[in-house]
Write a protein that binds this ligand. Sequence first.
Ligand code: AMP
Length: 445
Amino acid sequence: MSFDSLGLCDELLRAIAAKGYSTPTPIQTQAIPVIFEGCDLLAGAQTGTGKTAAFALPIVQMLGEEIPTEKRRLPRVLVLVPTRELAAQVSEQMQYFGRRLSLRSTKIYGGVNIRAQMERLHRGIDIVVATPGRLLDHMEKGTINLSRIEFLVLDEADRMLDLGFIDDILKVAEYLPSQRQNLLFSATYSQSIKQLADELLDQPRRIEVARRNIAADAVTQAVYPVERSRKREMLSHLIRTGRWTQVLVFARTRYGADKLTEELLFDGIKAAAIHSNKSQSIRTRTLAEFKRGELPVLVATDVAARGLDIQRLPHVVNYDLPQVAEDYVHRSGRTGRAGEEGVALSLVCPEEQSLLVAIEALLKHAIPRQTLAEFPKVELKGGGRAKANQALSRPANSRKAPTKSKKAATKPAKARVPKKTTSNQRKKSATERPGPKTGRRGSRS
Ligand code: AMP
């Protein structure tokens, strides 16, 4: 399968070639024709599969076929994403492909001044990539008009639900035209995703692509049993003796990430933390340094790391085991891509025994235990039965909805509801609320 055979126009084919993509990824091969047909889509795909281009390319092409002549164009595409980082990444791809067809794209998220976003929206825009909370701020202020939306994309929908955005998403959807095409992308397919799809999608076509950490990927996993108080020392030791040059370390809390970073710096190891309490400019700068290979250790929380396009890493370390076993798979999936060797290590203290049991149950295999002569032996139950260098694998039927404890661990975003307006006010408001959903847009094929 080549990009040529997917019905993409010459401008986009040139843009794809300039990016260095030679063949479409499985999600692109499957999703692009469905989107061109005008169908709603429910796609099981996670970050790293090429899902962004899978929706960006056909949407941009269809939008570019008919560009309204007015100067202050109203947005026709709304992409909802869980995090600022993902908003930046998706928006960058939308901009890259969109500008070939004279389309304007912008990103909207919190933590930065709202005024610049208002000005861009006012000047006219075709594509908006937004986090739900800040989008509702704009809706409340009447600085965005969603009455012309033709495409709604929910990207990383499962993570948006984890973060408590469900009410915000449903509220936004109420303000969209009923005739629109809906695309939902999610790494997992839980009951809550099914409910969201039932609510927003109209007879969606379902696509599922293999998770990236399939058995073919060379991810070596190991558990290092260690006392909690000696984890930091062990991590520094592993980094130094292994001469690691690029490692993503997962910490459970923002405080924990900051504390570990300080300790690593104290040990003379260059490290920085990335989490939701850091300003956007610091997060962007830190990530760029890490990607360029100038920062050997990036300490992150799950929320901050999710959606980041930092793949093909040589090392991932679970400094704290995740509260939800599923996140272990997401974390480990950052390493060992496309035939390259990768190592996912977990420093596990006895207090985390139950989390480890849950992870091994999900993986359906034990993770080999490793010890270091420099550190006292710590007993953990189980383990050691798997072959060394066993690749991560996760059967499709082992998917699991996030547990309650995870929801409690990540503070849900407060659902903000646009202020109620009278019908007169609403006429003046830039946020028009069309009638109830009656059907989907017609076929574009
Ligand atoms: P995504 O899953 O959209 O976050 O994409 C992950 C990475 O894959 C990004 O760095 C993309 O630029 C890259 N990518 C997307 N499509 C292709 C392709 N067809 N060939 C090679 N790389 C791609």
